[in-house]
Design a binder for this molecule. Structure first.
Ligand SMILES: Cc1cc2nc3c(=O)[nH]c(=O)nc-3n(C[C@H](O)[C@H](O)[C@H](O)COP(=O)(O)OP(=O)(O)OC[C@H]3O[C@@H](n4cnc5c(N)ncnc54)[C@H](O)[C@@H]3O)c2cc1C
Length: 309
């Protein structure tokens, strides 16, 4: 029986493991893939306080060594179900956490399953990710200072990214497949007035062109089917994120986007279950906020465990 079972060994999960171990609790991390989460494939991280520049994989490895060095255990396995057990004779309930191959037991659970960026589904997309194609303006915008970039999307994230990038880049094209933007109309109007922002409506990106890095994109007008090429240095894809929390829908409350509902205290509606990082309902999804959540969730779990003693 572990004190804390953490689902997901990304930044949030591994930070939670560090805090859990330092509070003297035994901690299990369950990870379906390689530890590290979303950041592992990023060549450069420049916005984590106290670290000027680090490769994403190195950042993840440091976290892993810190967490396991403190005694956290890591098992590979995709968690497919979590059931709360409330035995009558016992003073405190516990959780059965099932992976595809094994069942683990924990007095508390921290969900830290992150989220995945939706892709455009284009041929070169994966090869050019980190080489001109990005899914995070706050993370990578600074690499495109005084350059030309495009943002794809029509919601508030896309509009916000275009606004953010317009203060850094020489030129920003905002590409949306419809006439009207889904996001805040006021923000769209504001962008339209900016000299270095060009809104391209009713268009989709159909091709990414470049070998070592992105050089051009091909756009298709959805009404006329006419195509044209646009020369840019960077493409920011802002067509949404997908959390993978559906397997936990009977355990915790999910919002309409599928994120686990919890406030800044990282406590879910189910006693003993906490949530940390990108999989939680929140507005800023970054390494700093994932790490902050990991600390908050772990200390909340520790309080819960100590109160039950
Ligand atoms: C390309 C890219 C570049 C980025 N650059 C930056 C940057 O420069 N600076 C910055 O601050 N942020 C950056 N971000 C955002 C940052 O990576 C995320 O905010 C952060 O990784 C969130 O951490 P997390 O632990 O919540 O989730 P994740 O990193 O997504 O980790 C979640 C982990 O849970 C695992 N998991 C999911 N479901 C299960 C399950 N059922 N069972 C077991 N394991 C499961 C996943 O495999 C994953 O390892 C970037 C993101 C991307 C995609």
């Amino acid at each position: 029986m572990f004190d804390i079972v953490i689902v997901g060994a990304g930044t949030a999960g591994m930070t939670a493991a560090i805090y859990g171990r330092r509070a003297g609790k035994n901690v299990l991390l369950l990870e379906e893939g390689i530890y590290g989460g979303q950041i592992v494939n990023t060549p450069e991280v420049e916005n984590y306080p106290g670290i000027q520049n680090i490769a994403g994989f190195q950042f993840a490895m440091n976290l892993y060594e810190q967490a396991t060095g403190l005694g956290a255990e890591l098992e590979t396995g995709k968690v497919i179900d979590i059931q709360k057990q409330s035995p009558e004779a016992s003073s405190q309930s516990f959780f059965r956490v099932q992976t595809e191959e094994a069942i683990f037991e924990g007095r508390t659970v921290i969900l830290a399953t992150g989220a995945k960026n939706r892709k455009l589904g284009l041929e070169q997309e994966e090869a050019l990710t980190g080489k001109g194609v990005s899914y995070c303006a706050a993370c990578d915008g600074a690499f495109y200072k005084d350059k030309s970039v495009a943002v794809v999307g029509g919601g508030n994230t896309a509009l916000g990214d275009a606004e953010y990038l317009s203060n850094i880049c020489k030129q920003v094209f905002l590409i949306h497949r419809r006439e009207e933007f889904r996001g805040d109309a006021g923000l769209a109007e504001q962008l339209e007035k900016k000299e270095n922002v060009i809104l391209i409506r009713n268009a989709v990106v159909t091709e990414l062109v470049g070998t070592d890095c992105l050089e051009q994109i091909r756009l298709e007008d959805v009404r006329t089917k006419e195509t044209k090429r646009l020369t840019i240095d960077g493409l920011f894809v802002a067509v949404g994120q997908t959390p993978e929390n559906q397997v936990f829908r009977n355990l915790v409350q999910l919002d309409e986007g599928g994120y686990v509902v919890a406030g800044e205290d990282c406590r879910t509606h189910t006693a003993g279950v906490f949530v940390a990082g990108d999989c939680r309902t929140k507005s800023v999804r970054q390494l700093t906020t994932a790490a902050a959540d990991g600390a908050v969730a772990a200390l909340a779990a520790v309080d819960y465990l100590n109160a039950g003693k």
